[in-house]
Design a protein around this ligand. Structure first.
Ligand SMILES: [Zn+2]
Length: 350
Protein backbone atom coordinates (compact mmCIF):
# COMPACT_ATOMS: atom_id res chain seq x y z
CA UNK A 1 0.00 0.00 0.00
CA UNK A 2 1.23 3.45 -0.87
CA UNK A 3 1.18 6.36 1.48
CA UNK A 4 -1.42 8.09 -0.73
CA UNK A 5 -3.73 4.99 -0.56
CA UNK A 6 -3.32 4.86 3.19
CA UNK A 7 -4.16 8.55 3.55
CA UNK A 8 -7.26 8.05 1.36
CA UNK A 9 -8.36 5.14 3.62
CA UNK A 10 -7.74 7.32 6.64
CA UNK A 11 -9.91 10.17 5.33
CA UNK A 12 -12.71 7.80 4.35
CA UNK A 13 -12.58 6.06 7.76
CA UNK A 14 -12.63 9.41 9.50
CA UNK A 15 -15.62 10.63 7.50
CA UNK A 16 -17.44 7.28 7.88
CA UNK A 17 -16.99 7.63 11.62
CA UNK A 18 -18.41 11.15 11.52
CA UNK A 19 -21.47 9.89 9.60
CA UNK A 20 -21.97 6.77 11.71
CA UNK A 21 -24.54 8.54 13.92
CA UNK A 22 -22.96 7.41 17.19
CA UNK A 23 -24.48 10.41 19.04
CA UNK A 24 -28.00 9.05 18.59
CA UNK A 25 -27.28 5.30 18.53
CA UNK A 26 -28.95 2.84 20.85
CA UNK A 27 -26.99 -0.05 22.33
CA UNK A 28 -27.69 -2.33 19.39
CA UNK A 29 -26.63 0.25 16.82
CA UNK A 30 -23.54 1.06 18.89
CA UNK A 31 -22.41 -2.58 18.73
CA UNK A 32 -22.99 -2.56 14.97
CA UNK A 33 -20.76 0.54 14.64
CA UNK A 34 -18.10 -1.06 16.84
CA UNK A 35 -17.99 -4.14 14.59
CA UNK A 36 -17.97 -1.99 11.44
CA UNK A 37 -14.89 -0.08 12.58
CA UNK A 38 -13.06 -2.31 15.01
CA UNK A 39 -14.24 -5.81 14.01
CA UNK A 40 -11.82 -8.26 12.39
CA UNK A 41 -12.37 -6.63 8.98
CA UNK A 42 -13.36 -3.23 10.39
CA UNK A 43 -12.28 0.03 8.72
CA UNK A 44 -10.10 1.14 11.64
CA UNK A 45 -8.68 -2.34 12.13
CA UNK A 46 -7.65 -2.44 8.46
CA UNK A 47 -6.16 1.06 8.69
CA UNK A 48 -4.04 0.14 11.72
CA UNK A 49 -3.05 -3.17 10.15
CA UNK A 50 -1.96 -1.54 6.85
CA UNK A 51 0.55 0.73 8.65
CA UNK A 52 2.97 -2.16 8.37
CA UNK A 53 3.08 -1.79 4.57
CA UNK A 54 4.42 1.78 4.86
CA UNK A 55 8.00 2.92 5.11
CA UNK A 56 9.58 3.45 8.54
CA UNK A 57 9.35 7.27 8.15
CA UNK A 58 5.69 7.16 7.09
CA UNK A 59 4.91 4.73 9.92
CA UNK A 60 6.54 7.13 12.43
CA UNK A 61 4.48 10.03 11.08
CA UNK A 62 1.14 8.32 10.38
CA UNK A 63 1.13 5.82 13.27
CA UNK A 64 0.17 8.42 15.94
CA UNK A 65 -2.47 9.81 13.53
CA UNK A 66 -4.06 6.35 13.27
CA UNK A 67 -3.83 5.87 17.05
CA UNK A 68 -5.46 9.30 17.47
CA UNK A 69 -8.39 8.27 15.29
CA UNK A 70 -8.72 5.02 17.25
CA UNK A 71 -8.71 6.98 20.54
CA UNK A 72 -11.42 9.39 19.37
CA UNK A 73 -13.44 6.38 18.15
CA UNK A 74 -13.15 4.75 21.61
CA UNK A 75 -14.03 8.02 23.34
CA UNK A 76 -17.08 8.50 21.11
CA UNK A 77 -18.37 4.97 21.78
CA UNK A 78 -17.70 5.17 25.56
CA UNK A 79 -19.42 8.55 25.87
CA UNK A 80 -22.53 7.31 24.09
CA UNK A 81 -22.59 4.14 26.22
CA UNK A 82 -22.37 6.18 29.42
CA UNK A 83 -25.11 8.52 28.22
CA UNK A 84 -27.37 5.55 27.43
CA UNK A 85 -26.73 4.03 30.88
CA UNK A 86 -27.53 7.30 32.61
CA UNK A 87 -30.72 7.64 30.64
CA UNK A 88 -31.66 4.05 31.57
CA UNK A 89 -31.13 4.75 35.26
CA UNK A 90 -33.16 7.91 35.03
CA UNK A 91 -36.01 6.08 33.29
CA UNK A 92 -35.98 3.35 35.95
CA UNK A 93 -36.02 5.97 38.69
CA UNK A 94 -38.90 7.73 37.00
CA UNK A 95 -40.83 4.48 36.78
CA UNK A 96 -40.35 3.60 40.47
CA UNK A 97 -40.65 7.15 41.70
CA UNK A 98 -42.48 7.75 44.99
CA UNK A 99 -44.43 10.96 45.18
CA UNK A 100 -44.04 11.98 48.81
CA UNK A 101 -46.61 14.73 48.42
CA UNK A 102 -49.46 12.28 47.71
CA UNK A 103 -51.82 11.73 50.66
CA UNK A 104 -51.25 8.39 52.44
CA UNK A 105 -53.81 5.58 52.30
CA UNK A 106 -55.47 5.62 55.69
CA UNK A 107 -56.13 2.24 57.32
CA UNK A 108 -59.80 1.82 58.25
CA UNK A 109 -60.39 3.20 61.72
CA UNK A 110 -62.26 1.19 64.32
CA UNK A 111 -64.75 2.81 66.64
CA UNK A 112 -66.76 1.85 69.67
CA UNK A 113 -70.08 0.10 69.16
CA UNK A 114 -73.09 2.35 69.90
CA UNK A 115 -74.12 0.00 72.74
CA UNK A 116 -70.65 0.33 74.29
CA UNK A 117 -70.72 4.13 74.11
CA UNK A 118 -74.23 4.20 75.61
CA UNK A 119 -73.18 1.83 78.39
CA UNK A 120 -70.06 3.91 79.08
CA UNK A 121 -72.07 7.11 79.19
CA UNK A 122 -74.55 5.69 81.72
CA UNK A 123 -71.81 4.17 83.88
CA UNK A 124 -69.68 7.33 83.70
CA UNK A 125 -72.53 9.51 84.94
CA UNK A 126 -72.81 7.30 88.03
CA UNK A 127 -69.05 7.23 88.50
CA UNK A 128 -69.19 11.03 88.71
CA UNK A 129 -71.67 10.54 91.57
CA UNK A 130 -69.14 8.43 93.46
CA UNK A 131 -70.08 4.95 92.25
CA UNK A 132 -67.38 2.37 91.65
CA UNK A 133 -67.47 -0.06 88.71
CA UNK A 134 -67.98 -3.79 89.30
CA UNK A 135 -68.32 -6.72 86.94
CA UNK A 136 -69.36 -10.32 87.48
CA UNK A 137 -69.40 -13.64 85.61
CA UNK A 138 -71.87 -14.45 82.82
CA UNK A 139 -72.32 -17.99 84.19
CA UNK A 140 -74.01 -18.01 87.58
CA UNK A 141 -75.62 -20.32 90.10
CA UNK A 142 -79.28 -20.04 91.07
CA UNK A 143 -78.41 -18.40 94.36
CA UNK A 144 -76.80 -15.33 92.80
CA UNK A 145 -79.30 -15.03 89.97
CA UNK A 146 -82.49 -15.80 91.94
CA UNK A 147 -82.66 -16.87 95.59
CA UNK A 148 -80.35 -14.21 97.07
CA UNK A 149 -82.43 -11.65 95.17
CA UNK A 150 -85.58 -12.82 96.93
CA UNK A 151 -86.71 -14.98 94.02
CA UNK A 152 -86.94 -18.43 95.69
CA UNK A 153 -87.62 -21.64 93.80
CA UNK A 154 -91.21 -21.74 92.61
CA UNK A 155 -91.49 -17.93 92.61
CA UNK A 156 -93.47 -16.80 89.57
CA UNK A 157 -90.79 -14.22 88.70
CA UNK A 158 -88.49 -17.09 87.69
CA UNK A 159 -90.86 -17.98 84.87
CA UNK A 160 -90.66 -14.50 83.39
CA UNK A 161 -86.88 -14.71 83.14
CA UNK A 162 -86.74 -17.34 80.35
CA UNK A 163 -83.46 -18.71 81.62
CA UNK A 164 -80.71 -20.50 79.67
CA UNK A 165 -79.53 -23.37 81.91
CA UNK A 166 -76.22 -25.13 81.34
CA UNK A 167 -76.82 -28.75 80.42
CA UNK A 168 -76.10 -31.18 83.28
CA UNK A 169 -74.85 -28.42 85.63
CA UNK A 170 -76.59 -26.41 88.36
CA UNK A 171 -75.59 -23.27 86.46
CA UNK A 172 -77.22 -20.73 84.17
CA UNK A 173 -76.45 -17.66 82.05
CA UNK A 174 -77.31 -14.66 84.19
CA UNK A 175 -80.70 -13.20 83.28
CA UNK A 176 -79.84 -9.78 84.72
CA UNK A 177 -76.79 -7.94 86.07
CA UNK A 178 -78.42 -7.84 89.55
CA UNK A 179 -76.22 -10.89 90.27
CA UNK A 180 -73.27 -8.51 90.63
CA UNK A 181 -75.10 -6.80 93.53
CA UNK A 182 -74.90 -10.07 95.44
CA UNK A 183 -71.22 -10.63 94.55
CA UNK A 184 -70.45 -7.07 95.65
CA UNK A 185 -72.26 -7.41 98.99
CA UNK A 186 -70.49 -10.72 99.61
CA UNK A 187 -67.09 -9.06 99.26
CA UNK A 188 -67.53 -5.43 100.43
CA UNK A 189 -68.89 -4.14 103.71
CA UNK A 190 -71.26 -1.17 103.51
CA UNK A 191 -71.55 1.71 102.88
CA UNK A 192 -71.14 1.25 99.13
CA UNK A 193 -72.10 2.74 95.78
CA UNK A 194 -71.53 0.46 92.86
CA UNK A 195 -72.50 0.37 89.21
CA UNK A 196 -72.46 -3.01 87.42
CA UNK A 197 -72.59 -2.72 83.62
CA UNK A 198 -72.70 -5.87 81.55
CA UNK A 199 -74.36 -8.43 79.37
CA UNK A 200 -77.37 -10.56 80.29
CA UNK A 201 -79.10 -13.46 78.56
CA UNK A 202 -82.71 -14.55 78.22
CA UNK A 203 -84.31 -17.20 76.05
CA UNK A 204 -86.50 -14.61 74.36
CA UNK A 205 -88.30 -14.79 71.07
CA UNK A 206 -86.15 -12.35 69.06
CA UNK A 207 -88.08 -9.46 67.50
CA UNK A 208 -87.77 -5.70 67.00
CA UNK A 209 -87.66 -4.99 70.75
CA UNK A 210 -86.31 -8.27 72.20
CA UNK A 211 -82.90 -9.87 71.95
CA UNK A 212 -81.59 -13.03 73.65
CA UNK A 213 -78.46 -11.06 74.55
CA UNK A 214 -78.79 -7.58 75.98
CA UNK A 215 -76.98 -5.13 78.23
CA UNK A 216 -77.87 -3.57 81.54
CA UNK A 217 -76.30 -1.09 83.87
CA UNK A 218 -77.20 -2.18 87.36
CA UNK A 219 -76.72 0.13 90.33
CA UNK A 220 -76.68 -0.40 94.06
CA UNK A 221 -76.29 2.05 96.90
CA UNK A 222 -76.14 0.90 100.51
CA UNK A 223 -75.82 3.32 103.39
CA UNK A 224 -77.59 4.41 106.55
CA UNK A 225 -80.92 6.20 106.07
CA UNK A 226 -80.98 5.86 102.29
CA UNK A 227 -84.38 5.86 100.69
CA UNK A 228 -86.63 6.62 97.76
CA UNK A 229 -85.79 10.34 97.70
CA UNK A 230 -82.08 9.54 97.17
CA UNK A 231 -83.02 7.08 94.44
CA UNK A 232 -85.11 9.72 92.66
CA UNK A 233 -82.29 12.28 92.86
CA UNK A 234 -79.67 9.91 91.41
CA UNK A 235 -81.89 8.67 88.58
CA UNK A 236 -83.06 12.16 87.66
CA UNK A 237 -79.42 13.23 87.44
CA UNK A 238 -78.71 10.31 85.09
CA UNK A 239 -81.69 10.95 82.83
CA UNK A 240 -81.05 14.68 82.59
CA UNK A 241 -77.41 13.98 81.72
CA UNK A 242 -78.41 11.42 79.07
CA UNK A 243 -81.44 13.13 77.57
CA UNK A 244 -81.05 16.82 78.40
CA UNK A 245 -81.50 19.11 81.41
CA UNK A 246 -85.19 19.70 80.72
CA UNK A 247 -86.08 15.99 80.77
CA UNK A 248 -89.24 15.33 82.78
CA UNK A 249 -89.48 12.06 84.71
CA UNK A 250 -92.36 10.12 86.22
CA UNK A 251 -92.05 7.39 88.87
CA UNK A 252 -94.76 4.70 88.69
CA UNK A 253 -95.29 1.98 91.31
CA UNK A 254 -94.16 -1.41 90.10
CA UNK A 255 -93.08 -4.78 91.44
CA UNK A 256 -89.66 -6.48 91.61
CA UNK A 257 -88.96 -9.20 94.18
CA UNK A 258 -85.64 -7.64 95.22
CA UNK A 259 -86.93 -4.10 95.89
CA UNK A 260 -89.76 -2.79 98.08
CA UNK A 261 -91.21 -0.39 97.15
CA UNK A 262 -90.43 -0.76 93.45
CA UNK A 263 -90.85 1.76 90.70
CA UNK A 264 -90.67 2.04 86.98
CA UNK A 265 -89.36 5.31 85.64
CA UNK A 266 -90.77 7.03 82.58
CA UNK A 267 -89.45 10.08 80.76
CA UNK A 268 -91.63 12.55 78.90
CA UNK A 269 -91.68 11.46 75.26
CA UNK A 270 -89.04 13.35 73.31
CA UNK A 271 -90.37 12.35 69.91
CA UNK A 272 -93.69 14.15 70.31
CA UNK A 273 -94.71 17.16 72.45
CA UNK A 274 -96.54 14.83 74.83
CA UNK A 275 -99.49 14.42 72.49
CA UNK A 276 -98.70 10.77 71.78
CA UNK A 277 -96.87 8.93 69.00
CA UNK A 278 -95.78 5.39 68.09
CA UNK A 279 -92.58 5.67 70.19
CA UNK A 280 -94.50 6.43 73.40
CA UNK A 281 -97.38 4.10 72.47
CA UNK A 282 -99.60 7.22 72.44
CA UNK A 283 -99.20 7.85 76.17
CA UNK A 284 -96.78 10.79 76.02
CA UNK A 285 -94.33 8.87 78.30
CA UNK A 286 -91.52 6.40 77.58
CA UNK A 287 -90.59 3.72 80.10
CA UNK A 288 -86.84 3.77 80.59
CA UNK A 289 -85.79 1.82 83.70
CA UNK A 290 -86.80 -0.10 86.80
CA UNK A 291 -85.68 0.62 90.36
CA UNK A 292 -86.60 0.42 94.01
CA UNK A 293 -85.56 0.41 97.64
CA UNK A 294 -83.60 -2.74 98.43
CA UNK A 295 -85.80 -5.42 99.98
CA UNK A 296 -84.47 -6.27 103.50
CA UNK A 297 -84.62 -9.95 102.46
CA UNK A 298 -81.77 -9.26 99.98
CA UNK A 299 -79.61 -7.69 102.73
CA UNK A 300 -80.34 -10.65 104.94
CA UNK A 301 -79.28 -13.13 102.22
CA UNK A 302 -76.05 -11.17 101.69
CA UNK A 303 -75.26 -11.07 105.42
CA UNK A 304 -75.88 -7.33 105.88
CA UNK A 305 -77.68 -6.09 109.01
CA UNK A 306 -81.03 -5.14 107.51
CA UNK A 307 -81.92 -3.12 110.62
CA UNK A 308 -78.90 -0.85 110.18
CA UNK A 309 -78.50 -0.58 106.42
CA UNK A 310 -80.83 0.60 103.75
CA UNK A 311 -80.31 1.25 100.07
CA UNK A 312 -81.66 1.33 96.58
CA UNK A 313 -81.04 -0.49 93.35
CA UNK A 314 -81.85 0.16 89.71
CA UNK A 315 -81.36 -1.42 86.30
CA UNK A 316 -81.10 0.50 83.04
CA UNK A 317 -81.59 -1.32 79.74
CA UNK A 318 -78.71 -0.17 77.52
CA UNK A 319 -80.34 -1.23 74.21
CA UNK A 320 -83.53 0.64 75.12
CA UNK A 321 -81.64 3.85 75.90
CA UNK A 322 -79.53 3.53 72.71
CA UNK A 323 -82.66 2.94 70.59
CA UNK A 324 -84.35 6.01 72.06
CA UNK A 325 -81.27 8.20 71.85
CA UNK A 326 -80.53 7.37 68.22
CA UNK A 327 -84.06 6.68 66.97
CA UNK A 328 -83.24 3.04 66.11
CA UNK A 329 -86.55 1.21 65.63
CA UNK A 330 -85.19 -2.38 65.67
CA UNK A 331 -82.93 -3.85 68.38
CA UNK A 332 -81.56 -6.41 65.90
CA UNK A 333 -79.72 -3.61 64.07
CA UNK A 334 -77.21 -3.55 66.95
CA UNK A 335 -76.30 -7.22 66.45
CA UNK A 336 -76.09 -7.69 62.67
CA UNK A 337 -72.61 -6.12 62.35
CA UNK A 338 -73.73 -4.11 59.36
CA UNK A 339 -70.95 -1.57 58.82
CA UNK A 340 -73.31 0.82 57.04
CA UNK A 341 -75.39 0.97 60.22
CA UNK A 342 -72.46 1.10 62.63
CA UNK A 343 -70.57 3.80 60.72
CA UNK A 344 -73.33 6.28 61.51
CA UNK A 345 -72.32 6.37 65.14
CA UNK A 346 -69.43 8.51 66.11
CA UNK A 347 -68.15 7.81 69.59
CA UNK A 348 -68.20 11.55 70.22
CA UNK A 349 -71.94 11.77 69.56
CA UNK A 350 -72.92 10.64 73.00
ZN1 LIG B 1 -94.47 10.33 71.86
Amino acid sequence: MTRADWEKSYVSAESALRDAGVENADLLKLEEVRVRFMGRKGALTELLKSLKDLSIEDKRELGPKAQGLKASFDALIDARKAALEDAGDAAALEKDAIDLTLPAIRPPKGRLHPLTTTLHEIARTFQLMGYSWAEGPFVEDERHNFSALNIPEGHPARDSHDTFYLQGLPLLLRTHTSTVQIHTMESIRPPLRVVCPGRAFRHEQIDATHSAIFHQVEGLVVDENIGLADLKGHLQTLLQKLLGASTKTRFRPSYFPFTEPSTEVDVKCFFCPGTGCAACKHTGWIEILGAGVVNPAVFKAAGYDEQKWSGFAFGVGVERVAMLLHGVPDIRAFYTNDLKFLKQFDENLL
